[in-house]
Design a protein around this ligand. Structure first.
Ligand code: NAD
Length: 499
């Protein structure tokens, strides 16, 4: 069995803690590798390398840093198929979806190539008599990121590309479920010319995370994952004086107005609800048709589409709509929540239980489920299922539908399907959710805008990528300067003001 490594100071390094986690092939259920789980000492080794390398990297001019990212983009494109295959093998998503995972990360790298422009400071000539004032953005130093299993290429790139472009060193603690692609990305960055020690990968679990949170050299922590862990990391990181941004779980509602095109709405729901087996933080997991007639028309279109979904291993190529979920534990949790839905009285219109794929009996496959007539007190509505389960909650009016999404504890993404511009505009203005789609079911903003939810989907105040990332990974320093000829004689005892 393959033994994975850490990636420290430009080299693959075996784990020394003696602790390992199994890495599965979710399609077959087999353990295909084991990944080391770092101790606090191993994390500290990475920090020491990062500290040694970072000052020279920060002093490298931003255009040269950007050129490394340009080369990195070329290498990502060169190795796209290899990366997608490695990603599918550990995560389970289909190959086109895995390539999309790499591509959405690559697009943020492309954005970060604009670092020389994005890092430009501000300057005021003659802010006072003979006084000039300027502000600059400087790197934080050693930064770290903790990422989830569901986008093992994209989310690490969303963090390390801006961190590195700004002149920081970055230590990545990827998910222990699928650590191979993050290791490959670190290798590619160094092939692109990144100095050793600027990107490092420390594999691990809570022990490595806690070591990051308590290491006094680490200046910032980025986190993406489930809400309870996001909350813990935010509280602990902030208590230790770090700059922290944490992105948590989701329960994304799609509101279907009576005037929507039901074919379009149903197509959007199958893609956004079941793509990647529902393991996306921007998956639509709740459909809210407005009015019973709308709900009936929607279900008529939706049920046959859900029944026709093709579930299988990534090796089956284009013949598959979605693959297995990531682990046996994830599958068991989905099945448990489905059972609560049945027990609590929702109507299971498409029953994906007992799904069986010949030749892949030990894989972590979950058939597609569709619930109708769910209510807001049910577990299937309140909890993030993170599986191929779409729950329909019928609303009798637009206000009721809006209220459902507004009252839910999560606020990552949402969508409205309608032909009515007024309704769409009202929805976009009033909804308390960070990313809104109008006839777009998965409104993931592009690299030059920012990504982030509201409510329990986020802890911290700056979003991922776009201009916010350059703020998160730098500090502002403001210099006020005057030269001897402008300095009056004698001390000045009252606060200088501009009269
Ligand atoms: P997770 O919270 O289980 O794990 C995320 C990271 O935290 C991993 O690196 C893991 O090793 C670490 N971790 C796990 N338990 C920990 C603990 N007790 N203490 C410290 N660290 C711990 O999440 P996951 O299952 O990998 O990913 C799925 C979740 O991520 C879903 O809730 C999904 O909605 C969310 N997600 C959110 C976004 C977003 O942008 N809001 C994006 C992708 C995924």
């Amino acid at each position: 069995m393959q033994e994975l490594t850490h990636y420290l100071n430009g080299a693959h390094v075996k784990g020394t803690s003696g602790r390992f986690a199994d890495v599965f092939n979710p399609a077959t259920g087999e353990v295909q590798a084991r990944t080391p789980l770092a101790s606090a000492e191993e994390l500290d080794t990475a920090v020491q390398y990062a500290m040694a390398a970072q000052p020279a990297w920060a002093a490298t001019n931003p255009q040269r840093r950007a050129r490394v990212l340009m080369k990195f983009v070329a290498l990502l494109n060169r190795d796209m198929d290899k990366l997608a295959e490695a990603l599918s093998r550990e995560h389970g998503k289909t190959l086109p979806d895995a390539a999309g995972d790499v591509q959405r990360g690559l697009e943020v790298v492309e954005y970060c190539i604009g670092a020389p422009e994005l890092l430009k400071g501000e300057y005021t000539d003659s802010a006072g008599p003979g006084i000039d004032m300027y502000s600059m953005r400087q790197a934080l130093g050693v930064t770290a990121g903790i990422t989830p299993f569901n986008f093992p290429a994209m989310i690490p790139m969303w963090m390390f590309a801006p961190a590195i472009a700004c002149g920081n060193a970055f230590i990545l603690k990827p998910s222990e479920r699928d650590p191979s692609v993050p290791l490959m990305l670190a290798e590619l960055l160094e092939e692109a010319g990144l100095p050793k020690g600027i990107i490092q990968v420390v594999n691990g679990d809570k022990e490595a995370v806690d070591a990051i949170l308590h290491h006094e050299v680490i200046q910032s922590v980025g986190f993406v994952g489930s809400t309870p862990i996001a909350e813990y990391i935010y509280a602990t990181g902030c208590a230790n004086g770090k700059r922290v941004q944490c992105f948590g779980g989701a329960k994304n509602h799609m509101i279907i107005m009576p005037d929507a095109d039901m074919d379009q709405a149903a197509d959007a729901l199958v893609g956004a609800g079941y793509g990647a087996a529902g393991e996306r933080c921007m998956a639509i997991s709740v459909a809210v048709p407005v009015g019973d007639d709308t709900a009936d028309r929607l279900m008529e279109k939706l049920v046959p589409r859900v029944e026709k979904l093709k579930v299988g291993p990534y090796t089956a190529g284009n013949d598959v709509d979605y693959g297995p979920v990531v682990t046996a534990a994830a599958k068991a949790n989905i099945e448990r929540l489905v059972q609560t839905g049945i027990d609590q009285g929702a109507k299971l219109l498409v029953d994906g239980r007992n799904f069986n794929l010949q030749g892949y009996e030990d894989g972590f496959f979950v058939g597609p489920h569709l619930f109708d007539h769910a209510t807001k007190d049910m577990d299937i509505y309140q909890k993030e299922i993170f599986g191929p389960v779409l729950t329909c909650v019928r609303a009798q009016s637009y206000e009721e539908a809006l209220g459902l999404a507004m009252d839910h504890e999560y606020g990552n993404g949402t969508a409205i399907f309608t032909r009515d511009g007024d309704a769409a505009r009202d929805f976009a203005n009033r909804i308390n959710i960070g990313m809104v789609g109008i006839n777009v079911p998965i409104p993931v903003p592009l690299a030059y805008h920012t990504f982030g939810g509201w409510k329990k989907s986020v802890f911290g105040d700056l979003n991922q990528h776009g201009p916010d990332a350059f703020k998160f990974y730098t500090r502002t320093k403001t210099v006020t300067a005057r030269w001897p000829s402008g300095i009056k004689d004698g001390g000045e005892f009252s606060i200088p003001v501009m009269e």
